[in-house]
Every structure is written in structure tokens, then in C-alpha cells.
Design a binder for this molecule. Structure first.
Ligand code: UDP
Ligand code: MG
Length: 333
């Protein structure tokens, strides 16, 4: 059967939101009149999420598939595992906490049908804390200039991707990535729409300020060499300046003899340079760390089980719920 729309939702400790999510998601998708599937990925939740998802699978096995990880691999790995399973022409990603209203999926699909292969979304009056809105806006601007990836609202997962984009992402084996940015690099014709945004329904945000900073660092170092190149140029400029200073001091030594004034200025200069050097080492370390993770080549995630109906060869599906064993699936990526 041809599937028009795949909806991919990562789940980590969302037992409090899941029922509400189902209540809104299924009717919203049924109303679209498309052949759809929903792929939930349980990212090693420690609460009852997995059991709730299994129940939901039994309720709607025709359109529900559940990928169960054996541990917590992070939101983006969960989404990638979902992508590997998608069959739809269009894939939409969504957060489970109802910050992304499921009713907006129809608008994303409509936009995709206009001929785009990537539809991002911008949250209309964001309901996040003010500092988060401000911080992410500032980081956005800097990142956009460095990476040339245009995402007005990067913290928002409500996005639609075309089959071509998903197929290319499925060929990537990046260990540490940010799905919307990766997708953007493959999109031929990307666009954005404005969507509604709500407060987190229940539970807590899994992201702290620290992880927000980390994410932005990963975004820059994961998608661009500009920081390294900038640093080389900075190195050249500083070397030239230091050389100038050296000759100036040498000249003064010859003209006026030994001088001791200005020692503290020299201290200031050398401390400044030390700071620059430390930052540079840290920056190189970021890239080395990425290489290290990549070279290790461990499975990016391990799928324990997938709850899904057996795929029928011909038209019409068998209605036997079936758990395919797929341990170590991640290794093939
Ligand atoms: N999530 C996940 N694995 C994690 C952390 C989060 O699958 O390790 C899921 C989570 O269940 C939710 C989505 O990713 O569906 C976004 O998480 P959250 O709402 O905590 O992030 P925020 O909205 O605060 O950026
Ligand atoms: Mg959220």
C-alpha cells in the first residue's frame, strides 16, 4: 500500500502527555484523508511510556508502529531511527509534549504539496521562557552566518521532509547530528511556515541551558569548518601583530637600552594571547571529539523491537500484530 504521510515522534519519559497526544493526533490525521502511519520511537524511557505505546499499538495497529530502543540515545537518534522506518512520501516530525499542535500537520502537508521538499516552521508567539526565546534568537543569527543553514526557529521540531531528503539522511552515518539542519543541507527547495505553539503539557523539558549551548556548538562544528578557518586567520593576524611588537621592542632596546616600564601591559597582552590559544585548543578539540566519535563506529542506536503489522506483499495488510526482532539494527548505519 502506498503511504502518503509518515509521522515520526520520539518519546522519552512522556507518560503524562501520551494519552492527550493520541486524543489529538489520531483525529487530526484521520481528518486529512491520507494514507498515513505514525512511528513512535521509545528512547529508553524509564517511566510507563513504552507500555502506553504498546497499548496504543494494539488499539490502532493499522496506522501505528512503535520502535523500542534498548536505551536512551537522544532525541535526534530516535528521529533518525524513525526515518529509517518511514514509508511515506512526506515525513513529518513532531514532539510528544504537545508543544507542536498535531492540527498543524495538515498545513505542513499542504505546503509540501505546493512543491517544496522541506517545510520548517516558526512558532507564533512562543510560549517558552523569555530568556530561552532571546538566547535562541541570538544563537540563530550567529549560526546562520557561519553555517548558511537558514532556520528561523531552530528549536522547533515540527517539520516536514520530502522522500528525497529522507532517503539522503538515511544514507548518512553521523553520530552527533541535528536532524533539521542535516535535512536542510539536502533540501532542494526549502521553505518555512508559521505554526501555533503551546506550553509543554506535562513533565519537564529535557534540555537545560548547558545542553542548549552544546546543541549550538554541535550545530556549528557539525556543519561548518568556518570556526577553524577563522581561527587560522586570527592566528596569522596575531602573529603579524606580535612580530611588529617584537621589532618595536628590539628597536627600543637598541635606541634606549634596557627598559622595564610596561611590564604589566606585556602581561595583559600575553594573558590575552593565552586565552586565545586555550580557546583555539578547545575548538580543535571539538572537531577531534567529533572525529573520535565517528571513527569509533559504534552503533548509533540499538533497536530492541519494532511493534508493527506484517507488511503484506499485495494490496491490503495482514492484521496480525507482529513484533519484528531487530536488535543491533543501528549497526547497519
Ligand atoms: N526526547 C527523546 N530523547 C531524549 C530527550 C527528548 O526522545 O533524550 C523527546 C521528547 O520525548 C520529546 C522531544 O524529544 O518528544 C523533545 O523533548 P523536550 O520537549 O524535552 O525538548 P524541548 O521541547 O524542551 O526542546
Ligand atoms: Mg518540548
Amino acid at each position: 500500500m502506498q503511504i502518503d504521510l509518515s509521522v515520526v515522534i520520539p518519546i522519552y519519559n512522556e507518560q503524562a502527555s501520551l494519552e492527550k497526544l493520541f486524543e489529538r493526533l489520531y483525529p487530526a490525521l484521520d481528518a486529512l484523508g491520507l494514507a498515513y502511519e505514525i512511528i513512535f520511537i521509545n528512547d529508553g524511557s524509564r517511566d510507563r511510556s513504552a507500555a502506553i505505546l504498546a497499548d496504543q499499538f494494539r488499539l490502532r495497529p493499522d496506522v501505528t508502529r512503535v520502535v523500542l530502543f534498548n536505551g536512551n540515545y537522544g532525541q535526534h537518534m530516535a528521529i533518525l531511527a524513525g526515518f529509517a522506518e518511514t514509508r511515506g512520501e512526506i515525513t513529518v516530525t513532531l514532539d510528544a509534549d504537545l508543544q507542536n499542535p498535531p492540527e498543524e500537520i495538515g498545513n505542513l502537508v499542504a505546503k509540501m504539496r505546493e512543491g517544496y521538499d522541506y517545510v520548517g516552521s516558526i512558532r507564533r508567539d512562543r510560549q517558552d521562557a523569555a530568556w530561552r526565546t532571546y538566547a535562541s534568537r541570538a544563537m540563530n543569527r550567529l549560526r546562520e552566518r557561519i553555517t548558511r543553514i537558514h532556520m528561523t526557529d531552530q528549536g522547533n521540531m515540527l517539520r516536514a521532509y520530502g522522500r528525497n531528503v529522507i532517503d539522503l539522511i538515511n544514507q548518512c552515518s553521523e553520530v552527533n547530528t541535528f536532524v533539521p539542519a542535516l535535512a536542510y543541507t539536502f533540501a532542494r527547495n526549502p521553505t518555512e511556515i508559521v505554526v501555533a505553539h503551546e506550553e509543554r503539557l506535562a513533565g519537564e523539558s529535557k534540555y537545560s541551558l548547558y545542553s542548549l549551548i552544546r546543541l549550538n556548538f554541535d550545530l556549528v562544528t557539525g556543519f561548518s569548518l568556518v570556526p577553524l578557518q577563522f581561527f587560522s586567520i586570527l592566528g596569522i593576524a596575531l602573529s603579524l601583530l606580535s612580530a611588529g611588537l617584537f621589532f618595536l621592542l628590539l628597536l627600543r632596546r637598541l635606541l634606549f637600552g634596557a627598559e622595564v616600564e610596561g611590564v604589566f601591559t606585556l602581561f595583559a597582552i600575553s594573558f590575552f594571547l593565552m586565552g586565545v590559544i586555550l580557546f583555539g585548543i578547545g575548538l580543535v578539540g571539538e572537531y577531534v571529539g567529533r572525529i573520535y566519535e565517528q571513527v569509533r563506529g559504534r552503533p548509533r542506536f540499538v533497536v530492541q523491537t519494532i511493534l508493527q503489522q506484517e507488511r503484506a506483499a499485495g494490496p491490503g495488510m495482514q492484521s496480525v500484530p507482529h513484533a519484528s526482532q531487530a536488535a543491533n539494527r543501528g549497526a547497519e548505519h
